[in-house]
Design a protein around this ligand. Structure first.
Ligand code: CS2
Length: 494
């Protein structure tokens, strides 16, 4: 049997592999992180790994709220895993050790709540994806009809959801006289700190108004902007990295050289000096967050739906088609940039140019299908906020509308060759039923999907400019296909 990466094997790694610059036995945990996916492991866990030599009180206990997969991979490795940074220039490998332990919440509810209530834990951070907040994406309010919210409200000491765990842990700390931890969302939500605060406060108030008021007044919720592209790891990645390490790593994470983390400096119980690893602390994250969600994620979702429909497997494949590059440049320059209010000194042009290069990175196999997931939760902050700002100025939304239309075409569940699409979305069934009822008629399809208030709110469906632009784009996608529609749009606008 091949040797396995773990604490005892670190000394046997080839010398060019960077490894933790600290003694793990001296590290204690100060952070509980909910949602131990690849993104956390390629982003916050890396910043933390960099600062642990000087700040050893900030190790991470990570929890998965659903699947045991990451725990099963990392436990035999004492939590160690490889970070692979890939670009045209090659691959750099580094072993990360900041995650001391992984807890699988459904198997160990008391254990996780016990750790979250420990006074040494001063931050609870989250990457649970948009849908993990159990909120209404259009309004940012708690979805009180969400099955997990209903479950947790009547079983509050045995929760399932992220809000349920955090509120129960805060309740326990409060009754034990332990100061509350800081709650730090690291998901791609608008004003993620304020959103998680609103959701948690409402949930807590439904349980106990006093607890709700306590959370509202005593807990800090810094907003953050997180950025790093992290495609799913493949078996080919595992095999290649295993060869380079001379030992097996069951779950390395793959990423790009670029990384950015902008954080509001509001941590009542202290925080690691993440600035020593390159994080930026600011008083207001919103301008950075708009820039990132609208330019990067808005473009990403547009590329994902159109690229998938055009038959491209990855973002890099899509960007190898110059029509798509021009579409995205036009989207960013003409339609998104005028809606942004950047702080003085921010270099938007450089950011956008770098973004195009990042999307082109041929060493990343970032599947359009992966980014297409959960569109119902992503569209509002990625495209629709920009749409609203443009409509309020009577400005054109052709490319934004094409992105929304491509999502509509995608969620019908059939591609341009009538092959089925595996649509992953918490609303997949509802979307599919609406699409089936439209019977392939683009106008009816658009009408039916506009009716989903959780995505479009009440205002957009009532705006003829919006509905007309999206319906026209959708009709073109049906008539000409994604590739030709993109080609026509860029030649019409050049
Ligand atoms: C992507 C993001 O999957 C997606 O929806 O748009 O995960 C994106 O790669 C990150 O936000 C980059 O920071």
């Amino acid at each position: 049997m091949a040797k396995r990466l773990n604490g005892a094997a670190l000394d046997d790694l080839p010398t060019q592999i960077v490894r933790p610059g600290y003694d793990r036995s001296k590290v204690t945990s100060g952070i509980v992180h909910l949602g131990v996916g690849a993104f956390h492991r390629a982003h916050q866990a890396v910043y933390t790994d960099t600062v642990l030599p000087r700040h050893p009180r900030w190790g991470i206990v990570a929890a998965s709220l659903r699947s045991p997969d990451t725990r099963d991979a990392l436990e035999p490795q004492d939590g160690f895993y490889t970070l692979s940074v890939r670009s045209r220039e090659g691959e750099a490998l580094r072993v990360i050790g900041s995650i001391a332990r992984v807890i699988v919440a459904p198997e160990a509810i008391e254990d996780l709540l016990g750790v979250m209530s420990d006074p040494r834990i001063r931050i609870v951070s989250l990457t649970v994806t948009e849908k993990g907040y159990c909120h209404d994406p259009a309004t940012g309010e708690l979805n009180e009809t969400h099955p997990d919210v209903i479950h947790d409200l009547s079983n509050s000491t045995r929760p399932r959801s992220a809000p349920g765990f955090i509120v129960e842990a805060l309740r326990r700390r409060r009754s034990a006289g332990v100061p509350p931890f800081t709650v730090m969302s690291c998901d791609n939500l608008p004003s993620n700190g304020r959103t998680v605060k609103r959701v948690l406060t409402r949930y807590a108030k439904l349980l106990d108004p006093d607890l709700g008021a306590f959370i509202e007044n005593e807990v800090s919720f810094p907003s953050t902007m997180v950025d790093r592209i992290v495609p799913a790891t493949t078996d080919e990645d595992r095999a290649r990295i295993g060869r380079a390490l001379g030992m097996d790593d069951a779950w390395p994470v793959i990423t790009e050289p670029f990384t950015q983390w902008v954080i509001e400096d509001d941590f009542r119980q202290g925080r690691p000096a993440w600035e020593e690893a390159g994080a930026e602390f600011v008083s207001d994250v919103e301008p950075y967050e708009h820039m990132k969600l609208r330019l990067l994620n808005g473009s990403h979702s547009t590329l994902a739906y159109l690229g998938y429909l055009a038959g491209y497997e990855t973002v890099a494949d899509t960007m190898a088609d110059s029509a798509f590059v021009r579409l995205i440049e036009g989207l960013m320059d003409e339609e998104v940039t005028p809606t942004l209010h950047m702080p003085p000194g921010a270099n938007l042009d450089a950011y956008k140019r770098a973004l195009v290069e990042r999307f082109k990175n041929p060493a990343l196999k970032h599947r359009t299908w992966q980014i297409a997931m959960d569109g119902s939760q992503k569209l509002p902050q990625r495209l629709l906020g920009t749409v609203r700002d443009r409509l309020s100025k009577n400005a054109s939304i052709d490319r934004l509308a094409l992105g929304v239309a491509a999502w509509m075409r995608y969620v019908t569940g059939f591609d341009e060759k009538h092959a089925p699409i595996d649509v992953r979305d918490p609303m997949a069934q509802r979307l599919r039923n609406l699409a089936d009822a439209a019977e392939g008629d683009p106008e009816r399809l658009a009408q039916k999907l506009f009716g989903i208030r959780e995505i479009f709110g009440d205002d957009l469906p009532a705006d003829p400019c919006f509905t007309h632009s999206v319906t026209t784009a959708l009709a073109r996608l049906y008539m000409d296909g994604a590739r030709h529609t993109v080609g026509k749009l860029i030649s019409a606008s050049s």
